[in-house]
Write a protein that binds this ligand. Structure first.
Ligand SMILES: [Zn+2]
Length: 212
């Protein structure tokens, strides 16, 4: 070996890096799903994670009632005789909160990772905030009129929308793993490996990530 030359890692000269680490897109979507666990909404927990052009997280949010508004007094119902007794007039969606929680001057040119395709109200916010891309996992409300309006707006404004296919259906956080040497680390992925060919739908993947 010549002087000042690093050993060849493929030749047993050094320990090789892990190859089962969490890749960036899966990490950002997982951050969105972890954030969703903060939601008090009994029927729907949605998270969003905004990433800038340097792949740095600049905003995280989940669906919740507005700041200072008592979530024990406001309704969480999805249906009621009086619409004022449903959550819809009050709740702030994850996308709104992720944008408002930004820790950078703005989110222009950023990408939003979000569990569900954004509604029309969130599409307006995404466009006005200057985001350039939405990466979503589930599109289960695709046929609702607000989703049609959302797609129309995002398309007109040139915001790229892309459905995300996670590498694994499940990511487990094991706090005990830090006490053991040589395992997969704090976060490890398990469950079936997802691919477009195996017939797994993104919705069932979302349900698995949500319910595990
Ligand atoms: Zn929304």
């Amino acid at each position: 070996m010549e002087e000042n030359q690093l050993p060849d890692p493929l030749n047993g000269g050094a320990t090789r890096p892990r190859d089962d680490y969490l890749e960036s897109p899966d990490y950002f979507m997982a951050v969105a799903f972890l954030s969703a666990q903060r939601s008090k909404d009994p029927s729907s927990q949605v998270g969003a994670c905004i990433v800038n052009q340097e792949n740095k997280i600049v905003g995280i949010g989940y669906n919740c009632m507005p700041n200072g508004c008592d979530d024990n007094l406001l309704p969480w119902s999805r249906s009621a005789d009086d619409p004022l007794n449903t959550k819809y007039f009050y709740v702030c969606h994850a996308e709104l909160n992720a944008i408002m929680n930004k820790n950078s001057a703005d989110v222009k040119g950023c990408t939003m990772y979000v569990a569900l395709f954004p509604c029309n109200e969130c599409a307006k916010l995404i466009i006005q905030a200057g985001l350039k891309e939405v990466v979503y996992l589930s599109d289960k409300y695709h046929d609702k009129p607000e989703m049609f309006a959302s797609r129309t707006l995002l398309d007109m404004a040139g915001v790229k929308c892309r459905q995300f296919k996670p590498k694994s259906s499940e990511i487990v956080i094991d706090f005990n793993s830090i006490n053991h040497r040589g395992n997969a680390g704090l976060c490890h992925q398990r469950g079936e490996q997802l691919s477009q060919a195996d017939g797994e739908t993104p919705d069932s993947a979302a349900a698995s990530m949500n319910n595990s």
